[in-house]
Design a binder for this molecule. Structure first.
Ligand code: ADP
Length: 486
């Protein structure tokens, strides 16, 4: 009998996406399905998801979801891959303008505890004997981040579920902490509101619930699995994570090679591959044109696609950007987030027309065009659980320039002499997380780009010929699932 896995996530590409979690939730289940796992996704019934799912049909109604009343469970198919998806149709919770977590102005939805409490509760119900769906009961509930963090607690404390639970930690910085009155509102037993449970400094913490009650824990890179057991990266949960150290697996994310592949990317005017980079030069020119940069094939074009937050470290780029421009570089940035950072980058762009292009907002096609058209990809994150953009950079022949943390450290190999000699060099790693460290690293890359074409081509080739798909990692998840049910 194949293993049955319910994969619970708050965002799934191409239905809805704010970041890397959606990319993983869109592609990992497909890879696991290809390995013979009987996997179904569970997600909230956002309008965008309801509109894009195929063969959507009614399955059942759950009417015991604490005080929110009832919700319908529908089942549909992912476009293209056919992976089955349960959606929770509760219009009062999920069908509204704005994003999955915040309104159009970026204000968090006030009822997020209920919205994601219900997601967690439904995951737990569907895994238990209380489930009205009798012909498909999961052996494992695979939870992802705080939005599904209460599921392991409900499974253990209220649903008496026999299924095993796994929490994958994609980012410890987001924990879902709320006032204690939510414990009762969400139908959780008061006994769990303690240090040995889901209480965290006087609040209900969704993520701590998962870390405490889940049968197994995984993170999205081996380095991050170690980092989160320290006070710098554990965001207060390092104590409990250290206690469970032997149960934490670090599995590096893969990329969806149908979606992120310069040989068949429909967002590009020209496709290209490691052995023929002519198309990349044309994509660069088209990108320069599109975002208002001078048409200059020789100018080192630095690319950024990112949330603009402290985590991503792009504030380190601000004080050195003028120097880079004066040294002949161009910058194209796509992103959004903290208003201070947005306007700081916009100011520099205004002072450097044709050399710095700042594009605020979310734009899927442009993100692909930058990944392909830029010469280098800048990602100086202060912490990075895995990071997907550096992997996309490798696949697109756009060497990543990164800080040595988390998944960046696990995937980017610095282009120093030793790594050239052993054939692994594929990018550039900062020696220290500072503006000076970033500047030195970018100059190193620019120097090689301008003066050592052999080496430059070699590192492009190394990155582009790596197997960055999901095969290896999906097998590691499968081994973990098998270990959990044994
Ligand atoms: P995180 O999930 O922490 O934001 P990742 O590197 O893991 O960072 O994944 C980010 C994903 O979101 C990538 O697919 C990236 O291309 C995409 N992305 C980020 N910002 C934007 C944006 N402004 N427009 C389009 N895509 C974006």
């Amino acid at each position: 009998m194949p293993l049955k896995v319910l994969f619970a996530s708050s965002e799934v590409f191409p239905l809805i996406k704010t970041g890397g979690l959606a990319d993983v939730s869109g592609s990992l289940p497909t890879a696991l399905k290809n390995l013979g796992v009987d996997i179904r996704i569970l997600m909230p019934g956002y309008s965008q998801a309801l509109a894009k799912l195929q063969n959507l049909h009614y399955i059942t109604t759950l009417d015991y979801l604490s005080h929110i009343g009832s919700a319908e469970i529908l089942l549909g198919d992912m476009p293209e891959t056919g992976v089955q998806v349960y959606v929770i149709k509760a219009p009062q919770l999920y069908e509204r303008d704005g994003g999955p977590y915040a309104d159009v102005n970026g204000q968090e939805w006030q009822d997020n505890p209920i919205r994601f409490g219900v997601l967690s509760k439904v995951a737990a119900i569907l895994s238990s004997n209380n489930s009205p769906i009798k012909d498909w009961q999961p052996d494992i509930v695979h939870c992802n981040d705080w939005q599904t963090g209460l599921a392991p607690a409900y499974m253990r404390l209220t649903e008496n579920s026999k299924a095993k639970s796994l929490i994958s930690l994609h980012n410890m910085a987001f924990q879902g902490c709320y006032a204690p009155h939510w414990v009762t509102s969400l139908g959780l037993p008061n006994a769990g509101y303690s240090i040995e449970g889901f209480e965290y400094h006087g609040q209900l913490s969704f993520l701590k619930a998962a870390v405490f009650y889940a049968d197994a824990i995984s993170t999205v890179s081996p380095r991050y699995a170690k980092e989160i057991q320290t006070s710098t990266f554990g965001f207060g949960l390092e104590g409990i994570l250290t206690k469970r150290s032997h149960e934490i697996r670090g599995i590096l994310n893969g990329i969806e090679t149908n979606e992120w592949n310069p040989q068949c990317d429909s967002h590009l005017v020209e496709t290209y591959c490691a052995n023929n980079l002519a198309g990349k030069a044309i994509v660069k020119k088209t990108l320069q044109e599109k975002v208002g940069l001078h048409l200059d094939a020789d100018a080192p074009l630095l690319g950024v696609v990112s949330r603009l937050t402290y985590q991503k470290g792009l504030d380190m780029l601000l004080p050195i950007l003028q120097k880079l421009v004066e040294g002949g570089c161009q910058l194209v940035l796509l992103g959004g987030g903290e208003h201070g950072l947005e306007s700081a980058f916009q100011n520099i762009a205004q002072q450097n027309p044709g050399r710095v292009s700042v594009n605020i907002g979310y734009n899927e096609p442009l993100s692909h065009q930058i990944m392909a058209g830029a010469d280098m990809f800048i990602m100086p994150s202060r912490f990075e659980p895995c990071g997907l953009n550096q992997l996309y950079g490798l696949a697109y022949g756009t060497p990543p320039i990164v800080n040595a943390t988390g998944g960046l450290a696990d995937s980017v190999i610095d282009s120093n002499d030793a790594n050239f000699a052993n054939g692994t060099a594929n990018g550039f790693v900062m020696v220290e997380a500072s503006s000076e460290g970033l500047l030195a690293c970018i100059w190193r890359a620019v120097h090689m780009f301008r003066h050592d074409k052999n080496r430059w081509d070699k590192i492009l080739h190394n990155g582009m010929s790596q197997n960055l798909g999901w095969d290896k990692s999906a097998n590691e998840y499968l081994a973990l699932y098998e270990h959990m049910v044994r």
